[in-house]
Design a protein around this ligand. Structure first.
Ligand SMILES: Cc1cc2nc3c(=O)[nH]c(=O)nc-3n(C[C@H](O)[C@H](O)[C@H](O)COP(=O)(O)OP(=O)(O)OC[C@H]3O[C@@H](n4cnc5c(N)ncnc54)[C@H](O)[C@@H]3O)c2cc1C
Length: 319
């Protein structure tokens, strides 16, 4: 079997799959439509301020993720942020995206490369990008959120198991509106820099300055609840921003100097019972991974990426 693999998506699941496959002697190429690696491990600049606007932190339960976290902590890539319910919440030093940057350093990651479709070819796969580039590989791992992965497979759906396609089609995601706000002084968000309002449209407010992501005046990330995000996903951004700023008012603490709204169309997979750690099809080798399979968190994405790589590598070694 040709030990080369194209991985679509360089978020936590794609980067984890890449690491495991390379460890097992595979040649790996990652393609991502984003400007950098990381996916929902995202950090954005607005003026002089920096915001984690996707994943805020991660927790650790599985021993394999514990081992990886210990390594990252020793390298000073991640640090504990706070402890809640007996679980440490880790943040990445310099913002969540910095962890993705560290992890992606060792790989061939082609960013700003949007895959348009994938097709079985000979014993492997042909991957065609929107710009017309074609890559061939012995195996394929898709880590884009399930609805996007399904769209990539549309052209070859008659060659794939119907069970795999129907499992993928049944997965839906909640959206999340993320409002980024700068204030002309310190915020009223209590230490260590987060609050979960009990009611209203706001689910979470983080103070990136207290968190250590930004310097100077307060830089807040305000995440809307899923139902509000769904209702206002396509609405004019001023309408959503006004309501979120009103609800976040008690924690702002000063005058708003700037804001930006980011729409996460695929924020968190809607949980629907136990799913496998990844979807897998043998001929030609295809694994579909992501947080929809391992659990709707960074740890789940890590475990799903690992499972995908293990299944592909085992197929190669049984030839
Ligand atoms: C607002 C928000 C808050 C969150 N908070 C937390 C939290 O506090 N703790 C936690 O553990 N988790 C949190 N999460 C969830 C966490 O971010 C995800 O579980 C995890 O990042 C998913 O990783 P992934 O690799 O599966 O997917 P992604 O990170 O989405 O990676 C998929 C990648 O595929 C790429 N892609 C998609 N389509 C194509 C294409 N056609 N061609 C090329 N590339 C493509 C995308 O650009 C993306 O980089 C949060 C998520 C959001 C959005």
């Amino acid at each position: 079997m040709d030990p080369s693999c194209v991985i679509v998506g360089a978020g936590m699941s794609g980067l984890t799959a890449a690491g495991e496959l390379r460890e097992r002697g595979w040649n790996v190429t990652l393609l991502d439509k984003g400007r950098g690696a990381g996916g929902r491990m995202a950090t954005r600049r607005m003026g002089e301020s920096r915001f984690d606007h996707g994943a805020q932190f991660f927790t650790v339960r599985d021993p394999r993720f514990r081992e990886a976290t210990n390594r990252w902590q020793q390298a000073n890539w991640v640090v504990p942020w706070f402890d809640e319910g007996g679980h440490v919440r880790y943040r990445a030093a310099g913002g969540m995206n910095a962890l993705a940057k560290h992890l992606s350093m060792q790989f061939d990651v082609r960013t700003e490369t949007k895959v348009a479709r994938v097709e079985p070819a000979d014993e492997g796969w042909r991957v065609i990008t929107e710009s017309g580039l074609t890559l061939r590989a012995g195996a394929l791992v898709l880590t884009a959120p399930a609805p996007q992965a399904l769209a990539l497979l549309a052209a070859c759906s008659d060659r794939l198991p119907s069970q795999l396609l129907s499992t993928l089609a049944a997965i839906s995601f909640d959206p999340c509106l993320a409002l980024l706000v700068t204030i002309d002084g310190p915020s009223r968000v209590p230490p260590p820099g987060y609050i979960r309002p009990e009611q209203g449209p706001v689910e979470w407010i983080a103070d990136n300055t207290q968190k250590g992501v930004s310097n100077g005046a307060a830089a807040l990330t305000v995440h809307a609840r899923a139902d509000f995000s769904r209702d206002y996903l396509e609405a004019p951004q001023e309408d959503a921003a006004r309501l979120l700023l009103e609800a976040a008012g008690p924690w702002l603490g000063g005058e708003i100097t700037a804001w930006q709204l980011h729409r996460w169309r695929y924020s968190r997979p809607v949980e629907a019972g136990q799913r496998p750690a990844c979807l897998f099809s043998r001929q030609p080798p295809l694994a579909i991974a992501g947080d929809a399979f391992g659990g709707s968190r960074l740890e789940g994405a890590f475990l799903s990426g690992l499972a995908a790589a293990e299944m592909i590598a085992e197929l190669g070694s049984s030839d």
